[in-house]
Design a protein around this ligand. Sequence first.
Ligand code: 2NE
Length: 272
Amino acid sequence: ALDESGQEFTDIHYEKSVGEGIAKITINRPERRNAFGPHTIKELMRAFNDARDDSSIGAIILTGKGTKAFCSGGDQALRTSDGYTDFESFGRLNVLDLQVQIRRLPKPVIAMVAGYAVGGGHVLHMVCDLTIAAENAIFGQTGAKVGSFDAGYGSSIMSRLVGPKKAKEMWFLSRFYNAYEAEKMGLVNAVVKLENLELETVKWCREILRNSPTAIRVLKSALNAVDDGHAGLQDLGGNATYIFYGTEEANEGKRAFMERRSPDYSKFPRRP
Ligand code: 2NE
């Protein structure tokens, strides 16, 4: 069972399991098929930040409230000529920041999809590291129908996942695909009965949590590095530095500086 974290949110639920290492973030706008506005995204980013900073958390589930939708993308009622607006005078596309945050987060993020994952909601599940789908899940890109598109991760990651021909089909035709079709296309990792969705997703999390957190951290970064270009290399490079800081060799440099002497690296082998 996942326990409430005590944080106050309006558009999402954020829960952390006690002692299990799992956080669960739920978009809570079922009356709009879990469409997001700028405020929803801000709350999601806060929750993801918290899960990142909490060292007891090793896997994060992203899902939607109810069984009808994971997420139906940007709330079209909030759409303006400059993005999406709720309480502010300027529109935003801050979902792009959330996509980057999920991508850069050094812990696995698992999309748990029941019902529709469409439009910007489909992109969200694609930027997650893994996707577990219920049999009732439906996937698709509706952008071209409603006069929108995601020419960033929504295009490039999709092309990686399903190949350029299928990606063009998804975007150009705005078709919907059922869970088994999505599995065949490489969009999802597993399809399970709706009633087993949470159980199965938690099982995947537990399997991840049995493994080395550092290995997983570096693997996520490595598996994203090529597609993320300089930013991907920067992330992977940061992991190398973080691991190097734990070595005697790196400490010799710091110690020498603090002790106002020259560093002595002579005892460290120049490995083949
Ligand atoms: C999701 C889908 C296929 C569900 O269909 P259905 O028949 O199950 O439900 P229904 O009746 O369409 O929706 C239920 C209520 O949710 C609202 C509807 O307007 C309806 O409201 P009421 O009539 O009950 O008042 N609703 C659903 N999705 C909404 C949305 N995205 N925004 C605002 N209200 C929404 C069907 O509802 C559907 O096709 N939804 C639209 C999907 C869509 O086109 N999303 C936007 C794509 S663009 C995008 O997300 C994006 C981007 O391309 C780039 C950057 C950022 C965002």
